[in-house]
Design a protein around this ligand. Structure first.
Ligand code: ADP
Length: 262
């Protein structure tokens, strides 16, 4: 609590009483803490690849450059780490743009089949490498009132995660169906799943259930935070169902009336 007190002085200049105001600043403190945690996390996430870039560059300059095999190995690491850094900076900028005051959606009617096909095309190589199948199940001619680029970002993140967190040979299924007032979009996988207690945390920035797995697959830990913000901007409801060892379904429900009432 933030406490302020002030005396009440009467016309006769005598003390009549004291006003004490208790201001509940729990929320403010929480926000302040979240901001501090975010800055600490960003610094840490940026520092890790930079330390590695510096280390490998110095080792090359110290003589490793003369060994062709070492040179190739270290340069590959440097290239990969630079890419990670670029991805991280890209996601951070996206997040700050989406959270910014001036963020606006470019509303259109987005054809779901086209959206899913184009996303599958981008991710098909990754799926083939893991011998996975990508399937779509769309009931009818479904369109979603949404910002096409932002909706694509949502779907891309969810399908990419479904591929990353599913072992070789698994399946990813994207479903879409139109109800009276809403459109339901689901991304399901047959992957590792998420323990119940982890589910509330996975949308936090930089939270990962398995840090090493996320890092190795090029994850930044920001994908679901971006998805959550974008879903909220669309007035959509985002939920997750998962069974560890069996698979996960992310569901987003878009409401037709939202755009008009926004
Ligand atoms: P990352 O870049 O680590 O994938 P995200 O924000 O996209 O970051 O996801 C946060 C965490 O949620 C992941 O690190 C992973 O532990 C978990 N997760 C996300 N999608 C899935 C999924 N389809 N199956 C299992 N775990 C998942």
């Amino acid at each position: 609590f933030d406490v302020h007190g002030a005396p009440i002085i009467g016309h006769d200049e005598k003390l009549k009483g004291i006003v004490v105001v208790f201001h509940d600043i729990t929320e403010l403190k929480k926000l302040e803490q979240a901001r501090k945690d975010f800055v600490a996390n960003v610094s840490h996430e940026l520092k890790t690849p930079v330390t590695s870039l510096k280390g490998f560059t110095e080792t090359l300059l110290d003589g490793a450059m003369n060994d062709a095999a070492l040179r190739e190995r270290f340069l590959t690491i440097i290239a990969n780490e630079s890419e990670r850094l670029e991805g991280l900076i890209h996601d951070l900028l996206e997040l700050s743009k989406i959270e910014g005051e001036h963020f606006q959606l470019n509303w259109q009617d987005v054809d779901v089949e086209e959206l899913i096909d184009s996303t599958f095309t981008v991710l098909s190589e990754r799926a083939t490498e893991k011998n996975m199948t990508l399937t779509k199940k769309i009931q009818g001619n479904v369109t979603i009132p949404a910002d096409p680029a932002r909706l694509k970002q949502i779907v891309m993140n969810l399908i990419n995660n479904a591929i990353v967190y599913t072992p070789e040979g698994g399946e990813v299924t994207v479903r879409a169906k139109e109800l009276a007032e809403s459109i339901v979009l689901e991304v399901s996988d047959t992957g590792i799943g998420i323990a119940k207690k982890e589910i509330p945390r996975i949308f936090e920035r930089f939270y990962r259930v398995d840090r090493a797995r996320s890092r190795n697959s090029g994850g930044t830990g920001l994908g679901l935070a971006i998805v959550k913000h974008l879903a909220e901007a669309h007035g959509a409801k985002l939920s997750v169902e998962s069974k560890p060892g069996k698979g996960t379904t992310f569901r987003i429900v878009f409401f037709r009336s939202w755009k008009e009432t926004e």
